[in-house]
Design a protein around this ligand. Structure first.
Ligand SMILES: C[S@@+](CC[C@H](N)C(=O)[O-])C[C@H]1O[C@@H](n2cnc3c(N)ncnc32)[C@H](O)[C@@H]1O
Length: 394
């Protein structure tokens, strides 16, 4: 497939070539085949060269995609107020936040700014922890959050944590496996190399399909009803992550974890109509489906199967606290009231904020496609969140 996308700089193309060679070396070492999840892990997180680990701008106007905290500080301000409410209503929660995958650090910045403003400068949080896989993003976060000494970076999940956990667009950034319904049964789609290229260079990446193990197929409800040619994803890495989250919160004896992301319950995810899956690449605000294009220079992501996430959380001893659209969740959490701190009569200040809020809650933008999954232990969401809860759909 020939893609017509903005051209990368010579330096970026060189970095992409290095990543291509690194992945090709691994494929040869693995006798010609690696799983798609391993390919995606290297694409996104190979030290220095992966999309998240390398120097690409990634987030915001000059990057490849935009996220809620990059759109408006109202997102973080709303989560700051919700955190305060959760801490007041659930004595089992320690006054701490743990954020996974903090991107540019914008969300942490907005939450901490709002908390400080609401408490006459005395921040009620004991600590704000960040777990970030990418050393490059961690460095950006450290720069952005210099004014907040309560922020600490952790190299991995702590064994025990009590408090509020937040992850915005983190689950979709976890590697997925691709599975394909073949004539003889389900296949696992992996990555190999075409014939060696000119001048002895590594050949292009190609898909190679092998029979899929039962554990992968078991993640698809009613897999037998899907027809030959159906391509989709399953999420073993994100499921493993939810199990680790469960052990951590259980050991901490009190926690609420909120995950914002695009995705569906399994019954909508594995529909016959969605027969080419949800894998998507983002390069400079262009979306396309080719994960072999410019390795390391584009984001590669898949929608989240929220049923699988909820089941993994329940299996590891957590409670399902809620599941709703992002629009309903943010409105229940009070984002509308926060907008009204700016007077609608001050049109110059009000309109850009109202437009940004509209992006987060409009059903035509992020309001419906994005969902919020809340899981936890010895704590719950305030009662009003039950009004638009859709946990029964999971
Ligand atoms: C799409 S970006 C979202 C960034 C930020 N949360 C935002 O909303 O702007 C995905 C982020 O998740 C991080 N990430 C992915 N898997 C992770 C994991 N298992 N633990 C911690 N961070 C992870 C990436 O490095 C990146 O910072």
């Amino acid at each position: 497939m020939q893609l017509q996308l903005p051209e990368a700089s010579v330096e970026a193309q060189r970095a992409s070539r290095l990543l291509h060679n690194l992945i090709a070396t691994e494929i040869r070492r693995q006798h010609g085949w690696i799983s798609f999840a391993r390919y995606m892990e290297l694409l996104l997180y190979a030290p220095d060269l992966g999309y998240y680990s390398g120097g690409a701008a990634k987030l915001g106007k000059d990057g490849d995609f935009t996220t809620a905290p990059e759109i408006t500080p109202l997102f973080g301000a709303t989560l700051a107020h919700l955190t305060t409410e959760l801490l007041l209503s659930s004595p089992a929660l320690q006054p701490r936040i743990l954020e996974f995958g903090a991107g540019s650090g914008q969300l942490a910045h907005d939450i901490l700014t709002e908390l400080a403003a609401g408490s006459d400068g005395a921040d009620p949080l004991q600590a704000y922890y960040i777990v970030e896989l990418s050393a490059e993003l961690r460095a950006r976060q450290q720069l952005k959050l210099q004014a907040f000494p309560q922020v600490q970076w952790l190299d991995r999940l702590p064994e025990a944590f009590s408090g509020v956990v937040i992850g915005n667009e983190v689950l979709d950034a976890m590697p997925v496996e691709l599975v394909l319904r073949g004539e003889q049964g389900w296949l696992q789609r992996g990555v190999g190399l075409a014939e060696t290229g000119v001048d002895g260079e590594d050949g292009q990446f190609v898909y190679i399909d092998r029979p899929a193990g039962p554990a992968l197929v078991a993640q698809i409800p009613d897999a037998e009803s899907l027809t030959v040619g159906h391509l989709t994803e399953v999420h073993p890495v994100a499921i493993g992550f939810m199990h680790s989250l469960g052990s951590m919160l259980k050991a901490g004896q009190g926690g609420v974890a909120l995950f914002f992301d695009y995705g569906f319950p399994a019954a909508e995810y594995y529909l016959q109509q969605r027969d080419q899956g949800t894998l998507m690449c983002h390069y400079r605000h262009h979306a396309h489906p080719d994960p072999f294009y410019m390795p390391g220079l584009q984001d590669v992501t898949a929608h989240v199967d929220f049923t699988a996430m909820a089941v993994a959380a329940l299996d590891s001893g957590l409670d399902l606290l809620g599941y709703s659209s992002q629009a309903a969740f943010l409105l229940e959490a009070g984002i509308g009231k926060l907008l009204l701190r700016t007077s609608p009569e001050d049109a110059l200040a009000y309109l850009p904020q109202a437009n940004a809020l509209q992006k987060l809650v409009s059903p035509a933008e992020m309001g419906e496609l994005f969902k919020v999954l809340a899981v936890g232990i010895h704590a719950g969401l305030p009662e009003r969140f039950a009004t638009h809860d859709r946990s029964h759909r999971l």
